[in-house]
Write a protein that binds this ligand. Structure first.
Ligand code: ISJ
Length: 124
């Protein structure tokens, strides 16, 4: 496994040799752009999970519930509006955000459960 995108040797992958050189050039250029976008998605998700993990620690420490459905609803409505403005399918944006939020809530539940466990010294 490597983080290196397609090398020039791998130009076009399966379609190399089956299409005109101009088509292959455009395909390779678009794939380079997709590589960059996917890398930024990974970095953005990593930063988002760092922030939500911190929120999870605050919630677990201060006895707050792992999920905040009202906040989720506001955030989903906001992102659906942004998606429409950006010509992205708002239903897809909603599904994608819900997928991420479900994972965040699982983390928060685990943090709450582990902070509720008695420490080894207390288990007497
Ligand atoms: C991050 C939080 O926890 C949960 C996760 C959310 C999210 O990932 O956007 C939103 C609300 C909460 O259900 C929060 O309360 O802000």
């Amino acid at each position: 496994m490597s983080s290196t995108p397609d090398t020039p040797d791998a130009r076009g992958g399966d379609v190399a040799g089956r299409v005109d050189p101009e088509v292959l050039d455009e395909l390779v250029a678009m794939r380079a752009s997709i590589d960059n976008i996917d890398a930024t998605l990974v970095y953005l998700l990593a930063e988002r999970f760092k922030a939500t993990q911190r929120v999870g620690v605050l919630k677990a420490t201060h006895d707050l519930p792992p999920a905040d459905p009202a906040r989720e609803r506001r955030q989903i409505e906001r992102l659906k509006r942004l998606a429409e403005d950006a010509q992205l399918d708002p239903d897809f944006a909603e599904k994608f955000l819900n997928f991420i939020i479900d994972e965040v809530i699982r983390h928060h539940q685990a943090l709450s459960a582990s902070s509720a466990e008695p420490a080894a010294d207390d288990a007497r």
